[in-house]
Design a protein around this ligand. Structure first.
Ligand code: ZN
Length: 463
């Protein structure tokens, strides 16, 4: 009885010891594979396929500190969602950090689990040696002083941060000034946002009214628009102007203001509808002209060999019609234009399955993970798993989608974590070799973009 008991205790102890070595052995092994991939990702010269990088003064005449950066980031929407009032830039500029913590601190703390928050922290970890998990009333004081110092010479700071993040090139979508073609080519390549070309088609100014926006731009460039043909001529002029400035793609982010279903409308019908005064058109008729315009733009994208990036899924901010961006609404376009290249954005979240299925079904549909890790880290992990299951990996890209450099640097680090985690897990499950994993990292963060956007030819330099 005594001996049996001792033996069973020994067996149990031996079992526990071997289990410990088994578990720790696995962990060490898995961690080392993860770290190998993650370290490799840091060596890749990243082609970031989507950014909205601003100059700080484009937000207004402010002294940039911690809360200004939050106001310019995605995190501001989560803080509002937690119950805080929206960010008033003038107020932020005039109050002390203590006063602002009283207003926003509680709501900010409720967002500590969100990916917007973690990705924002990551930017400060990379650039400001910030090693805490969370922002607190006291640790943001140091950060805020450093931010103020860096923003005294933003261009110098941007250059330093850009290179520290391992970027080689960012595609810049200037939705807030879509007609500007003057960019700093040391960092950026133009992604021409075509929203205005579509939406202005149904908003022609009535006789006697002052032309604004798109029509003002047309008269500045010497174009008079009396009919649809005139309108198309000016749109073609804008496309060529962007191509002259080495634009690498077109961008549609219309899901923020309308459905992504673009009906196939014949030219004659669109021309007749265009002739009607804007105020006498029904909303269905206005939609038809816009639908015609996007079809026309896709045909031009084939003629000019420009891939078309399309916002699908989740919409930034605090209130919109989510259904507008459902990726499957674009299905008719993928069928009709097999020679066009479509790049679907944001994992189509929350329709990531649809997004992956479209990438699988159509050789001309590419999948960009842009912004998805920031919306939801876990959804990005799941989406990439499904993408690797369904879709060849020469069709994936990554982009940051941020307004200022801190957030962008956080987002690329966050995305590298996600990609490395998924690949390390696959290696552990025996589904992937390390060599293939490193190739996939190169493809997602660089090589696919060089190939699909024809960067060497278009930009006239070697990548
Ligand atoms: Zn964007």
């Amino acid at each position: 009885m005594e001996k049996t008991h001792t033996t069973s205790v020994r067996i149990r102890i031996l079992g526990i010891i071997s289990l410990f070595f088994f578990i720790s052995g696995c962990t060490v092994d898995e961690n080392s594979v993860y770290l190998k991939i993650r370290n490799h990702a840091d060596l890749v010269k990243v082609i970031n396929t989507h950014e909205h990088q601003h100059q700080p003064e484009e937000y207004g005449d402010y002294t940039f500190r911690f809360y200004h950066l939050i106001a310019a980031s995605y995190l501001a929407a989560d803080v509002s969602s937690a119950g805080a009032n929206g960010y008033d830039w003038k107020m932020i500029d005039s109050l002390s950090l203590d006063e602002l913590w009283k207003i926003y601190g509680k709501a900010l703390n409720y967002t500590r689990t969100s990916s917007y928050y973690s990705q924002f922290v990551k930017g400060f970890k990379q650039l400001y040696s910030f090693n805490d998990l969370y922002f607190t009333k006291s640790n943001i004081e140091v950060l805020s002083k450093q931010i103020e110092e860096n923003y005294k010479n933003y261009n110098e700071w941007f250059d330093k941060a850009f290179h520290r993040a391992g970027y080689e090139l960012m595609f810049i979508d200037q939705y807030w000034k879509p007609f500007n073609t003057e960019i700093d080519e040391r960092y950026f390549a133009l992604a021409f946002n075509i929203n205005a070309l579509v939406s202005a088609s149904s908003r022609r100014p009535e006789k006697g009214s002052e032309p604004g926006g798109f029509y003002k731009e047309a008269s500045r460039d010497g174009f008079t628009i009396n009919n649809l043909d005139d309108y198309l001529k000016f749109c073609d002029h804008l496309l060529r102007k962007n191509i002259d400035k080495k634009a690498v793609c077109l961008k549609n982010s219309q899901a923020y203001s309308r459905t992504l279903f673009y009906e196939d409308v014949p030219y004659e019908e669109a021309r007749a509808l265009f002739d009607k005064p804007s105020s006498q058109r029904t909303s269905e008729e206005a939609k038809k002209i816009e639908d015609f315009m996007f079809h026309w733009i896709i045909q031009k994208s084939v003629e000019y060999s420009l891939p078309v990036q399309i916002h699908t899924g989740y919409l930034a901010g605090n209130g919109n019609i989510l259904d507008n961006g459902q990726p499957i609404k674009l299905n008719n376009l993928f069928l009709k234009y097999p020679k066009a290249k479509f790049c679907l954005f944001h994992g189509g979240f929350p329709w990531t399955g649809e997004y992956a299925a479209l990438g699988k079904m159509f050789p001309n549909v590419f999948l960009d993970l842009v912004w998805l890790p920031q919306i939801s880290r876990e959804e990005a992990v799941n989406a990439l798993e499904v993408m690797l299951d369904c879709v060849p990996y020469n069709k994936f890209f990554w982009g940051g989608d941020c307004g200022l450099i801190e957030e962008s640097v956080g987002s690329v680090s966050f995305a590298k974590d996600v990609v490395s985690e998924v690949l390390a897990k696959r290696i552990k499950r025996g589904l992937l070799t390390e060599d293939a994993a490193l190739e996939i990292v190169n493809r997602i963060f660089r090589e696919n973009a060089v190939e699909v956007f024809d960067l060497e030819k278009r930009l006239g330099k070697e990548f």
